[in-house]
Design a protein around this ligand. Sequence first.
Ligand code: NAD
Ligand code: G6P
Ligand code: MN
Length: 442
Amino acid sequence: MKKYSIVIAGGGSTFTPGVALMLLDNKDRFPIRQLKFYDNDEKRQEPIAKACEILIKEKAPDVAFSYTTNPEEAFTDIDFCMAHIRVGKYAMRELDEKIPLKYGVLGQETCGPGGIAYGMRSIGGILELLDYMEQYSPDAWMLNYSNPAAIVAEATRRLRPDSKILNICDMPIDLEEKMANMCGLKSRKEMSVRYFGLNHFGWWSHIYDKDGNDLMPTIKKHMEQHGFALATSEFNQHVEPSWNDTFVKARDVYKVDPEHIPNSYLKYYLFPDYVVEHSNPEYTRANEVMDYREKNVFEECHRIIDKGTAEGTTFEADAHASYIVDLATAIAENTKERMLLIVPNEGSIANFDPEAMVEIPCIVGKNGFEKITIGNIPRFQKGLMEQQVAVEKLVVEAWIEGSYQKLWQAITLSKTVPSASVAKQILDDLIEANKDYWPELK
Ligand code: NAD
Ligand code: G6P
Ligand code: MN
């Protein structure tokens, strides 16, 4: 079996240790010879990299490890780039969440005005990574899960249409684990699903077990009573009280269309008033993440570095990262695994914009992906998706053209925003906050 060389871009991410450990745990199906970390913030990356260096030396001394802020070093001689960057880091996420809340609009990492602001920052960062990869390792694949994935995917479709990038999200995976649990199955891999939508904006229409038996009646019964709550999954990520609230609220989201199982992110579009009422404008999810995940990850890194050993570490292979290994293995070993990807529609959803980036099941192998045909989707979903996809396209056009008008239209069109005047107030604040990151808007 060939051994692969990987660069993790966003080496300073809180998810890096979990991803690295998941890679080491799966060396038998996805063999690696080299692992590199790349970040544009040397200070942030260093503790994570130094701790992982110790961990890798102890767990897999055969894997060559290095870390750098030099793009040439990072992107030379690689087969895969696993990208999870956050342009502007948590400081900007906090503003994305708090600025809309000032005007009574929800503040969320990837949805509504906050997601739009984050998109305007991410596009340039991802294009830069793609260009480095193209320059130094043109045959490599980028597996991207940097957010907001919907906007990033639309931007790369428009601006780098031939690039070898696959955009993917872990939310459906966690929710599928929960649904498998509702049905008494051990893993989502015992199910076959049909799903359609946009990233953080989709629905399951059919779910079968391995023998083709319909699992929807059991899942629907659970959704009606509990949403996604009371169903477990191996994920060690979506565990805090704010996530539990999202899983409970999925019960109400489900009731809006009991024929389909909704992605939990639809809460933000179907119940924005509820979300605002349950938000604290002084303390948002960014604060929670900084106070818990970020603090814990960096403390653990410093502990490992000080002791000079990773023995007894609390870091564990991140269940959240298993889909990344599945995707890499599908390409490397041509497994033809069926996975949800964010891809150009091009007729897969028959009654929807062929130029939209949609999230649908694909068969993944050595030469990329083949899409599963969905056919026509119902009017309710189609209406919601047309509005949302227009938002995402307007953001990308605003970024390309430096257009204030288009970004104002994008925020106005978001289902989370009540009027063009509120949209304008939020936009003007976001422009001020993002002046180091956004292109200048005219
Ligand atoms: P984080 O802030 O801890 O880490 C991001 C890292 O990216 C930082 O070290 C930062 O310095 C670095 N970075 C920023 N801009 C960069 C650039 N232009 N080039 C190189 N490095 C850059 O963030 P996190 O909470 O660990 O999340 C990382 C990313 O993963 C986010 O985009 C998040 O939304 C995403 N994520 C996606 C999914 C999914 O389902 N797709 C799941 C989990 C996390
Ligand atoms: C889910 C989504 C990701 C998102 C993450 C936010 O996993 O699929 O796209 O980034 O949640 O998690 P956080 O813990 O940072 O709020
Ligand atoms: Mn996601």
